[in-house]
Ligand binder design. Structure first.
Ligand code: NAD
Length: 485
């Protein structure tokens, strides 16, 4: 392997790489081959303390800069990230196993978008003036302080950037803990931010398993926690944050509905279902894994999706021709295989795929089930793998209740040629992120996040500013003070 996947050191703290081999080793495994491509060490209490102390100290200088000055750093970082897109995409592919064909257009590029967008917005983050006769109130929009970011393994560069960019734009500092499964990419985000001029300590990355995340959340120096992860982890993190009444953003799991009406453009609907189930080998939180297809179009839909899946090219994810990679880990592959077995056992019809691919990599075939019913396990639980379930429906009246009959509420989509129906459906969806005649696009300008068990708060867009800042109201009296005695 000519590419060096071993990072300079495990952590990036106070503007530099630091190592402490006393922590538990974390092997980094290339999912396409099962090879260990790097080893990092979990943060020790000393490293955790160093990172939080650096973030706390750096906050003073960072928050005292103007928004435009902070924004300039973020925009410079965006430029560096784009210049290094190839190198960062290769690393993202080693870290996650996602094909280079995807990572070269969806990861560092998305991180750069966030840095550019929030860099541009930073100078426009202001309070307001409220006139009350002669008196008035003005508000100051202030940073929260030290923010902790905790990442999932599916989009390591993107998650590190989506959390870091708005946090830093608002004048906060960050300690980011990537997933132990994909620890490499966030270090590059830290390196780039500091190369772009972020003062030491503004953005720190430390490695570790859940315990390191847990230790960060309860530290009194921490003002906010933003997690991307599963619902069970979300519950723990939210509860731990609640003890100190800390602000949270929770980007959690989903089991989103994608509703395809008879009148939909078949080819576009099939493309939407592919994007919503097989991109990143299905390891996307907002995936539309419950595909409700109206009975009139169902057989045509199934035939066409089976046909289109012949275009899947599985193989070495670093090969730009390959468009379908492995699961991130053996564990995840086994979880997905377990769901497939359950789908078959519970009576779903396997249309295509379903098999684990022999070899050392963690590949599993893209899988389509038909005749899935609402109560089957594969229609209720988040699989986080390339498993698409087709459920039938007759009428619009029936489908909304079924689409919403889930504890999750991350995303929802509808394909139809009927404009008013599309908007009726979207108004009724219990989900934070909705799509009409497309699926799974997440531009930085648009809010992203979930309702119900899928989360709290929003990432991206102007909405993220609300979640990384607080308002201080200042009453200014222009006359004498009236008191009752
Ligand atoms: P996970 O919940 O297992 O882990 C997420 C992160 O939390 C990891 O960094 C982990 O080390 C950390 N963690 C675990 N226990 C912790 C604790 N007690 N305290 C603090 N931190 C702790 O999730 P995963 O398997 O890495 O990712 C897959 C999940 O993430 C799926 O459910 C998926 O839907 C969700 N996800 C959501 C979004 C979104 O934006 N809504 C995006 C990507 C992934």
């Amino acid at each position: 392997m000519t590419y060096n996947t071993q990072p300079t050191a495990s952590h990036f703290v106070d503007g530099k790489y630091v190592e402490d081999k006393a922590g538990d080793p974390i092997p980094v495994i290339y999912p396409a081959t099962g090879e260990v491509i790097a080893t990092v060490y979990s943060a020790t209490p000393a490293i955790i303390d160093q990172a939080l102390a650096a973030a706390k100290r750096a906050g003073k200088e960072w928050a005292s800069m103007t928004g435009t000055q902070r924004g300039r750093v973020l925009r410079r970082a965006a430029d560096i990230m784009r210049e290094r897109n190839h190198e960062l995409s290769v690393l993202e592919t080693f870290d996650t196993g996602k094909p280079y064909q995807e990572t070269s257009v969806a990861d560092a590029t998305s991180g750069a978008d966030a840095l550019e967008y929030f860099g541009g917005l930073a100078g426009a983050i202001t309070g307001e003036h409220i006139q009350l006769g002669d008196d008035f109130v003005y508000t100051r929009r202030e940073p929260l302080g030290v923010c902790v970011g905790i990442g999932a393994w599916n989009y390591p560069t993107q998650i590190a950037s989506w959390k870091g960019a708005p946090a830093l734009a608002c004048g906060n500092t960050m300690v980011f803990k990537p997933s132990e499964t994909t620890p490499l990419c966030a270090l590059k985000v830290a390196e780039i931010l500091h190369e772009a001029g972020a003062p030491a300590g503004v953005y720190n990355v430390i490695q570790g398993y859940g315990a390191v995340g847990a230790a960060l959340i309860t530290d009194t120096r921490v003002a906010k926690v933003s997690l991307t992860g599963s619902v069970p982890t979300g519950r723990k993190v939210y509860a731990a944050a609640a003890e100190g009444i800390r602000a949270v953003t929770m980007e959690l799991g989903g089991k989103s509905p994608l509703v395809i009406f008879d009148d939909a453009d078949l080819e576009n609907a099939v493309s939407g279902a592919i994007l919503g189930n097989f991109y990143s080998s299905g390891q996307v939180c907002s995936n539309g894994t419950r595909v409700f297809v109206q009975k009139g179009i169902k057989e045509a839909f199934l035939a066409r999706i089976a046909e289109r899946l012949k275009g899947v090219k599985m193989g070495d994810p670093q090969d730009p021709e390959v468009n379908f990679g492995p699961m991130v880990s053996q564990r995840q592959r086994d979880i997905v295989a377990g769901f497939i077995a359950k789908g078959i056992a519970e009576g779903a019809r396997l249309v295509t795929g379903g098999k684990v691919v022999d070899g050392n990599g963690f590949f599993i075939e893209p899988t389509v089930f038909a005749d899935v019913t609402d109560d089957m396990t594969i229609a209720r639980e988040e699989i986080f793998g390339p498993v698409l379930s087709v459920l039938d429906f007759d009428t619009e009246d029936e489908i909304l209740a079924r689409a919403n009959d889930t504890e999750f509420g991350l995303a929802a989509g509808v394909f139809t040629a009927d404009l008013t129906r599309a908007h009726r459906m979207v108004a009724g969806f219990e989900a934070g992120t909705c799509y009409i005649n497309t699926y799974n696009l997440a531009p930085v300008e648009a809010p992203f996040g979930g309702s119900k068990l899928s989360g709290v708060g929003r990432e991206n867009s102007k909405a993220a500013i609300e979640h990384y800042s607080q308002i201080k109201g200042v009453y200014v009296a222009m006359g004498d003070v009236e008191a009752p005695f």
